[in-house]
Design a protein. Sequence first.
Length: 314
Amino acid sequence: MQHPGFRFAGIGSYLPDEIVTNDDLAANMDTSDQWIRERTGIGQRHVGGSTSSLAAEAASRAMKRANVSPADIDQLLLATTSPDYICPGTAPAVAEILGLDCGALDIQAACSGWVYGLVMANGLLLQGMKRVLVVGAEALDQITDYTDRNTGILFGNGAGAAVVEADPTGESELLGWDMGADGKYVSILYAEHGDVLKMDGKEVFRQAVTAMQRSASNALEMAGLDVDDIDLVIPHQANVRIVEAAWKRIGFTMEKTGMRLEETGNTSAASIPLVLDKMLDDGRIREGNTVMFLGFGAGMTWATAIVRYAGERS
């Protein structure tokens, strides 16, 4: 039985203007541009702005590209691990900036959050909603110690957004998905209230590779697809070495991988939609392509979504 399709009506992203390069970090810690690039693939990261302001800018661009008004949005889902406040959530503030009159809630699944939101949006569309705004936004400079070589080299700010709408033609679908979490790994990457991020880098690396392999396999099985059926993979942008190690297990190639890590650093829940916007602008994704979004992050959480891209609504 055919069910309503899953279409990206418009994508938008935003990076704040202020840039912190590897050389800037080297002035305050024992590191160098070469050391950071070799171990992470990162060359710079953006800082500045609040999560709500970054989210609103990316969402506004996505709505403009989709040619929709605030009244056309039925739900706002904001994935973030760096909210403006402990309470209330940041999504209502974003809705106010955008002029939305709909439900608005935060998703806290760390770096997997935007993919969680995509799967949740699909469910809301199947229940009768017309359009859901799914945003990933982070102001990680608020919880990052840029003098700590273990974490300060990794994290930056940014936002990405998608207007996702029901498509009765069924041309585009969420073909397969997977979401999971393992709470025994909470302590390998966390931030206490009022403190900065702490990380066991080696354990994060090991668990991330395992989670990516498991999640991708589960989603491919649900979709009835093989690795070769995927035209482009957009993984969470944490560390290029993690991606390369996972791909050796799964069978993906870097040639079929969307990356933006060098210019953005790890932007947590914002990383995947930031890359999606760039890949569309660069013509790396075309109508009919099968795209996998693969997230992993603190919690430890993971999430995969496989989408047949139908092209943005004209």
